[in-house]
Design a protein around this ligand. Structure first.
Ligand SMILES: [Zn+2]
Length: 493
């Protein structure tokens, strides 16, 4: 054994820990702002007669007893086994436990459209208010126990909210805070820095890594040279880079060493007409996706390349569903958390999509949506790591937490079985984050991060919406109380 190498490796690990707070912090003492949401305090807890969907893709286990020991999962006992002495017993009859969701495209902001009217028109500029108050509560209430912010507009706010959650001052999930969007010129977002050179990209990554962010996201107008500089600097610090790309195509990004690509296959521009190197195409990927039928030679080549380069793909179906006419409306629980203004804006844009349902553009988009579902399945069948997140942006119909649950339903509509969809939204995210030994599945010794729902999502995935309690580090939080605390607030703060 080479001890010098081992010492060098542990020195690297220590330097990473010093740069950034780890995604999973040790469980804190919960302060007065968090206590009111605690439904089941940490301790020795036995939940009996519970169905378990463990997050590995395995078939559910019916009528089990789940033992929680403080912050960890103690054991899973089979049906009929006696509960050992000293446990608080909760009856889980009719309920199912899933691992806490690992949301991999989970922003902390809302996209406001100033002075929006019924025709969908709004005034410039697009403004992105920070949802530091409501978003963490919405995520946790809906079963998200770990999340990546996947692009930040207020990175200091995101870092500070993570620190306060980790120290028990605020309620919310574990967070992988992504740095500010690595974006070039002509961004629609006025709050983003516009990178001007590869050296600027490198310095931006270095600065924010030093501030404590644990991941990065490249955006639509970055050049290949800037993306390469950003990836190299992030990798030097053992941090990963994802991208919502346009100027750089998927094959180009894979060759540059990117770790993950956002938005399924929707934003690959490699076959877009008029695509110029380092420039975003006007169509931002839809023509490529319409052309790239699942199972076609082009699709096979791209998927082979992505799998060979270990590039993950993040499925964000809820945000694209908003562009399909007559898509599923928000349920009443979700509508209740929107501000009246956000509700109005959502309904204006939803109506507008419905009115345009028969235009050629809408039909082209519906075809693209259909192809994406097939490509996501093909990617997984080829051994690719598919991640899940809602991307709470779009027309306001994708809401933190609620969107994560909707993503499960859409993965099932895409053709995955319910337990496969749950694995994509739990274990796969944990695997990407390098945390699969601690979270992502229900197994002895792992963190007690769990969602308890009424019903059986293995036979009806929509039952995942019936969240009763969410355990994080062995503490059970009351979903209804969390939602009630943000009633009519999402869109405001
Ligand atoms: Zn996004």
């Amino acid at each position: 054994m080479n001890f010098r190498l081992l010492a060098a490796a542990s020195a690297i690990l220590c330097s990473v820990a010093a740069d950034a707070a780890p995604v999973l912090a040790p469980p804190p003492q919960l302060g007065p702002e968090v206590q009111p949401f605690v439904h089941v305090p940490a301790g020795r807890i036995a939940i009996t007669h519970l169905r378990i969907i463990d997050g590995t893709g395995a078939a559910p286990v019916d009528d089990a007893t789940l033992l929680i020991e403080g912050e960890k999962i103690g054991a899973l006992l089979p049906s009929g086994a006696a509960v050992p002495a000293g446990y608080r017993v909760l009856d889980g009859t009719g309920e199912t436990a899933l691992p806490g969701l690992v949301g991999m495209h989970n922003h902390m902001f809302y996209i406001a459209r100033p002075n929006i009217d019924a025709s969908g028109h709004s005034d410039a500029p697009l403004v992105v208010p920070q949802m530091t108050f409501s978003a963490p509560r919405l995520y946790l209430a809906n079963g998200v126990t770990t999340m990546r912010t996947t692009g930040s507009v207020e990175p200091y706010a995101d870092l500070n909210v993570k620190a306060q959650i980790d120290s028990g001052k605020l309620v919310g999930p574990h967070m992988d805070v992504t740095g500010p969007y690595l974006e070039g010129p002509n961004s629609p977002f006025i709050q983003m820095h516009q990178i001007t050179s590869p050296d600027d990209a490198r310095r931006t990554v270095a600065f924010w890594a030093d501030q404590g962010v644990t991941s990065f996201k490249a955006y639509m107008n970055i050049t290949r040279a800037e993306l390469k500089a950003a990836i190299d600097e992030a990798h030097r610090r053992h941090l990963k880079v994802t991208g919502h790309l346009c100027s750089v195509t998927y094959p180009e990004a894979a060759a540059l060493g990117i770790d993950d690509l956002e938005h399924g296959f929707f934003v690959n521009t490699q076959l877009d007409p008029g695509k110029k190197p380092d420039k975003c195409s006007e169509a931002t990927g839809t023509p490529t996706l319409v052309t790239m039928k699942p199972g076609s030679a082009q699709a096979n080549a791209l998927i082979k390349l992505l799998v060979e380069h270990h590039v993950a793909i993040t499925s964000t179906l809820p945000v694209f569903e908003q562009s399909v006419a007559l898509h599923a409306p928000l349920n009443s629980k979700a509508m209740a958390v929107l501000t009246p203004q956000a509700r109005e804006s959502y309904l204006y844009l939803r109506n507008r999509t419905a009115q345009r349902g028969s235009t050629p553009q809408a039909q082209q988009f519906a075809e693209a949506f259909h192809n994406d579902l097939g490509l996501e399945r093909q990617f997984v069948a080829a051994g690719g790591l598919l991640l899940a997140g809602p991307d709470p942006t779009g027309n306001g119909g994708v809401i933190p937490g609620f969107g994560d649950l909707r993503e499960l339903e859409l993965l099932v509509e895409a053709g995955f079985t319910p337990v496969e969809a749950i694995r994509i939204a739990t274990m796969n995210g944990a695997t990407y984050l390098g945390l699969a030994d601690r979270i992502g599945s229900i197994a002895m010794g792992k963190n007690a991060d769990l969602v308890i729902v009424k019903g059986n999502p293995a036979s009806n995935i929509a039952d995942a919406e019936n969240v009763i309690a969410v355990f994080k580090d062995g503490v059970g939080y009351d979903s209804a109380k969390l939602l009630d605390s943000v009633k009519e607030r999402y869109g405001q703060y």
